[in-house]
Design a protein around this ligand. Structure first.
Ligand code: NAP
Length: 230
């Protein structure tokens, strides 16, 4: 089940996933719903939809995220509320709202999994003026550890992935400016953007039997950016 605000984009992604599943002979099918997770009503809409289909959930990935950039003296309050509501508050509300379904799936030898998508910007202070974003992702990392501690006895693991630069819509503005892109990649010891396979591999590890003993981890997936001093 996937969600985002843009219904058409979400639907076409679900179709893409289903075409691939059919080609591979996989039995599961992807469904989609539009919801604005920065609003309590949007989160409730998503939860109602999921609960109407499933009484058990093996894996919850809190991936939706947003950012805001503005100079220090001009950073508006809306740049805080929008980013905080989407990045740490929605994952918290969704996790709490789906606890009965996660508990129903959780077993000692096969825990239910929660994966939060944080950011390298929550590990080291960024070069860009995205103050609410870095704060929100550092908060999401701590929320991950706090929930992991609380839910471990119920066989639910909670981990975060902290990506470095990946060339998605969030970073499109960088490619428009050659100087900015060079500056960014110069900070990454491995000298490149993250690829789809990089994130897929990490999610697969955390969701698979190999990841069953991992909880409260914040895994940097950043080509060495945070570990080598930012
Ligand atoms: N790209 C990077 O370099 C990078 C680095 C570190 C961390 N991350 C994190 O990775 C995650 C995925 O981001 P991305 O790189 O794939 O960027 P993206 O292309 O901008 O994707 C963001 C996703 O979140 C959804 N979203 C945003 N606001 C939403 C809202 N209010 N309600 C529901 N869905 C919402 C977007 O869909 P709609 O617009 O349709 O709502 C989109 O699917 C985010 O948490 C981001 O912070 C990315």
């Amino acid at each position: 089940m996937i969600t985002s605000r843009k219904e058409e984009q979400c639907r076409s992604t679900a179709h893409e996933i289903n075409d691939a599943a059919e080609a591979n002979g996989t039995t599961g099918r992807c469904t989609n719903v539009a919801a604005d997770l920065s609003e309590a009503e949007g989160v409730e809409h998503l939860l109602t939809w999921i609960r109407s289909y499933h009484d058990r959930i093996d894996l919850l990935v809190n991936n939706a995220g947003t950012t805001w950039g503005a100079p220090l003296g001009e950073f508006p309050r809306i740049g805080w509320t929008k980013v905080l509501n989407t990045n740490p508050v929605a994952p918290f509300d969704i996790t709490v709202g789906l606890l009965p379904q996660l508990r129903a799936a959780a077993r000692p030898d096969r825990p239910a999994r929660i994966i939060n998508v944080g950011s390298v910007d929550g590990l080291v202070a960024p070069e860009w003026e995205n103050y609410s974003y870095s704060t929100s992702k550092a908060g999401l990392h701590m929320l991950t550890r706090h929930l992991a501690k609380k839910l471990a006895s119920e066989n639910i693991t909670v981990n975060a992935i902290a990506p470095g630069p990946f060339l998605t819509d969030m970073l499109r503005h960088v490619t428009a400016d050659q100087e900015q892109e060079t500056e960014l990649l110069d900070r990454v010891p491995l000298g490149r953007y993250g690829h789809g396979d990089d994130i897929v591999g990490t999610v697969r590890f955390l969701a698979s039997p190999a990841g069953a003993f991992v909880t409260a981890a914040v895994i940097p997936l950043d080509g060495g950016l945070s570990g080598c001093g930012g």
